[in-house]
Structures are given as C-alpha cells and as structure tokens.
Design a protein around this ligand. Sequence first.
Ligand code: FAD
Ligand code: PHB
Length: 401
Amino acid sequence: MPKTQVGIIGAGPAGLVLAHLLAQQGIESVVIEKHSRDYIEHRVRAGLLEHRTVELLDRHGLGERMLREGAVHRGTEFRTNGERYRLPYSDLYGGRRMLVYPQQELVADLVRLRLDAGAPIVFEAADVMPLDIEGPQPRIRYTVDGQAEELDCDIIAGCDGFHGVSRDAVPPGALNFYDQHLPFGWLGILAAVGPSTSEIIYALHDRGFAGHMLRTDTVSRFYLQCAPEDDPNDWADDVIWDELQRRLATPGWTLSEGPIIEKTVAELRSFVTEPMQYGRLFLAGDAAHIAPPTGAKGMNLAIADVEVLAGALGDWYLTGDDVGLQSYSDTCLRRVWRVQEFSTWMSWMLHRPPDDMPGAAFHRKMQEARLEYVCTSTAAGTSFAENYVGIEWPAIEAGKE
Ligand code: FAD
Ligand code: PHB
C-alpha cells in the first residue's frame, strides 16, 4: 500500500500551506482534493490577508506573486448616515499592513509551486475517508478515475473545509461543538467594474450593512446584508445596485456600476470544534471552525492553524518531542476564540438588527455610539486595529503566559 508521512485532506489554503511548510522541513505529504485543479483555482472566496499571514508566506518563499500583484492596505473606511471616517489601522498598530489578494490566486500559486517541486496533489478524489485514526497507522481511502486507493499515513491533517468529511470521522461524543447563528446574511456580489474606492468600505445603514471590497483593477466585490435564507436569484441586478448606491452614499462620491458576474448568499455563523484533534487526526482551518465573514478572518485563521501544526510535526519527526502535537488544539483555540469574539462584535456593530429583536431601536443607537468611538478614540481604534490586522501575541500562543 502507498505510504506517506502526513496525509492531507483538502487543497484549500490550510492543506496547501501545510504541505509546503512540511516539505521545507523534509516531511513528505500527499494532498488529496475532491475537486479539479481548475475548480479550486477559480472559486471566489476571501480577499484580505493579515500582516502575519503575508509575512509567513513571504518567509517561506510562497508569496512572490502575492507581493508583486497584491495591493497594500493601511486603512479602512466606515460610513454611517452619509458620514465617513477613516481608520488608519497601520499607523495604530506599529505600521503593519494588510494585503488584498484573491484567495483563488493564492491557491493557484500554492498548487503551482507544489507541482513544480514534483510533490503530489491528487485532484478529483471521490469518497475520501480517514480510517483508523485512533491507532498508530491511520489510512485515507479514496477513489480516483473509478479506482479505489488507500494511503497509509503517520498523521492525517483534516483540511477539508466546513463541509468536509474529516470532522465526522471522529467518534460521536469525542468532540464538543459550539455553534452560533447571527440573524444576518450576506449577499456577496462580484462585479466586472473597477473599484470606486482605494480602501475597503464598511457601511452601517438603516436598510442594512453594505461593504465595498476590492479584488482587481477590473473586478470588485460587494456585500449587502440580506436575510440568511434569501435566494440570490431573487435579487435582481438593478435592485442590488440601487441598494449599494443607497447604503454606501456619501456626499461627493460616486459608485461605478458594472455587470454582475456572481451572486451568492452566506450566513453569518460561528462554529468551533474542541478539541481540534483526535488520535492521529488533526483538524485545521474551516474543518475545525468558521467565523462570520465580517472580520475577514477565515483564511488567515486557517493558515495560522497550519503554522502551529507544521511546527509541532517538525518537532515530532526531528526529535520525537510530542509536546507541540499534544498542545496543538489549545494553542490554536486561543486565536480562534479571539477571532470569534472580534468577528461577532464587529458584525453586531455593522448590521441592522432584526425589527422583532427586543431592544432593536436601542441597539441601533448603540451601534452609532460604538462606531463613533472606534473611529475617533485612539484607544478604541487601536484595539480594533490589532484585531483586524491580526493580533500578535507570541507569549500567549506559546502557552507561556
Ligand atoms: P477551504 O478553503 O474550504 O478548503 C478546503 C478544501 O477541501 C477545498 O478545496 C475542498 O474542495 C476540499 N474538500 C472538501 N471536502 C473534501 C473531501 N471530502 N475530500 C477531499 N477534499 C475535500 N477569510 C479571510 O481570511 N479573509 C476574507 O476576506 C474572507 N472573506 C470571505 C468571504 C466569504 C463570502 C466567504 C464565504 C468566506 C470568506 N473567508 C474569508 C473565509 C475563507 O474563505 C475560508 O475560511 C478559507 O477558505 C478556509 O480555508 P481552508 O483551507 O480551511 O478551507
Ligand atoms: C473580502 O474581500 O471578501 C472581504 C474583505 C473584508 C471583509 C470581509 C470580506 O471584512
């Protein structure tokens, strides 16, 4: 039976970055992906990379095109009642910057670098299943081109996203799940039009949240608060532009319109798995946790997890020390819960509360007070900045507090 050291399920940011970090330590892995290469290189998802994610990718030689083509961001804009505030997060957090670089481009870079190095990615694998995760020799079973395969591994990394199979391979009752649904949805719009702003805009409006995000010089990303159960096809293009125009409006600024290429609805949901490991199976990224998209954290968190996992696996293979592997979950969960708190807080600051929510009118007033405080107080702005740009707290992450 074919054998590898680490079997990685899923070729998203978590699985691919892990494969690279392992290879750089001389650890072999096989990445097994359900979809085709073309599909994962064109799937539109995230776009905003934290400072520490950019530094990590650069440090490991994975960010050459990202640094060349990504756009550096140092501040963001909030709008409410036609007023605009700029929050200079870079100035407030030691000069750290963020990068706008589409997730599918990063995935394409990571795939190309891995294949160029002659390392394996199995695409279009069906019926993928981690087996024997409790014992010393776990296996991954899958089918390619109608042919059943099995791969022996020392360790399995479940990096197969929120709807993957890895989390469900753990016996019932062994994991705890924390789940929270916010009463908001996001209609995500991709439009063939250049951006009308140089910085991301978050708007709090009586009709609901609106966001103007960036992708490239010719394509922009927008989000509109909608009901979580909305069907994107019920949102006509002219209604979308009308809502964006109204919710983002501010004197002296115009929003350019263009053809809408894609419309999707996402719910604003938190989900956390504790612990993120069971036997020889380690969960990373969306397979272990998701956060409301408001804080733009999911991809960054996925990469932060595998940085910890790669370090722990390196120690284990090199010296036999399993302290890092034992504490993998605890280490990651500190950051995960910080991100959950921030993303939930930011979501409640920017979304119109449901009309039937007790105290909705009061909450709406508090939102304005909160937003004004974040945008005008250095203390509050700095707290926002360190969470948004990506908090760095080595002492806590290393469990040394
Ligand atoms: P994924 O990217 O989901 O990768 C998992 C991989 O596993 C996929 O390729 C999948 O095809 C594969 N797979 C699934 N099941 C199987 C199986 N059974 N067998 C084999 N392979 C399988 N995050 C940010 O950081 N910044 C943002 O700006 C941001 N914006 C977002 C906006 C929206 C609208 C959404 C929906 C998400 C956003 N996110 C953002 C979240 C981010 O996209 C995810 O958190 C990120 O993709 C997680 O990476 P991952 O590698 O853990 O999982
Ligand atoms: C995105 O680019 O999709 C994005 C950016 C910032 C956010 C959320 C999403 O806060």
